[in-house]
Design a protein around this ligand. Sequence first.
Ligand code: NAP
Length: 302
Amino acid sequence: MTQSTPTQSADNATTQPQARLMIGTELAAEMVTKAAVRAEALRERTGVQPCLATVLVGDDPASATYVRMKQNRSKKAGIGSRSVVLPAETTTEELVAELTKLSEDPEVHGILLQHPVPAQIDERAAFEAIAPAKDVDGVTMHAFAAMAFGEPGFRSCTPGGILRLLEAYEVPLSGAHAVVIGRSPILGKPAGMLLLASNATVTYTHSRTKDLADIVRQADIVVAAVGKANFVRGSWLKPGAVVVDAGYNEGNVGDVHFEEATEVASLITPVPGGVGPMTIALLLEQTVDAAEAQTAAGTASV
Ligand code: NAP
């Protein structure tokens, strides 16, 4: 894997950043190319084109942009998409009915429910309406259990992407102390589970954690999944720590103070271009996995 050094500030040679960048863009591009080859091979062999259904509830512009981005990338990888857009006032029952229909549709191989969903919807009930065989975003309890037990299955895309990035950069996980900041069901929690399955010693932290900076200072690997711009400061890091910034805040800013962190860390993901592209790449890869599995099982149709 190519490893790059962050741009050096020209006016201050004494503050030369030390950390190398973990570039997600490059690895993600390789993953998407491979997924595209497999999608085409499946189509030629069986006539089945992998199809990802995206479900968007409401009119949040950021969510609409994410969905469009995922559809465009799918198209480039030879993956078809089915777009379902529901009004903001959709009820849990209506959303569950839509997801159940897609789960039963043999022409749909993967389902992505864009989240967050509007407040009146029971998000967990909606996620659980996605058939585990089509849960290519890794949001169901089935997927979480597989990640927690270290069993094969679809991974939550951002945590799965983070693990692929750490593996590609040959970051030693076994015995390493990983501190995960954030415990959301789609990011922090499964990220910790995947690190644990790779034999890291995992500490979860969250909004009620006391002495957070002291805990982060003990970490060989820090995963920041907080949703607060520049939240993790350079002074919180142990020298040589590996820093994964999963945050994405307004203005392309991560959850880690990048300039400070590069002075201390050994490896760091940039924002953008680190974790973000890996998330979409894994979604596409898992959609092709799902299409292949359903075709082999005889449950997919052309
Ligand atoms: P979330 O559901 O809002 O969860 C945030 C987590 O951070 C919660 O567990 C919360 O703790 C914790 N937290 C909040 N304030 C804290 C504090 N002061 N100290 C320690 N922990 C604190 O967010 P999310 O969906 O996990 O997303 C996190 C970030 O990742 C966001 O920036 C989001 O945009 C980004 N993201 C990126 C991708 C990607 O593809 N790159 C995908 C998804 C999300 P409590 O549980 O105690 O409330």
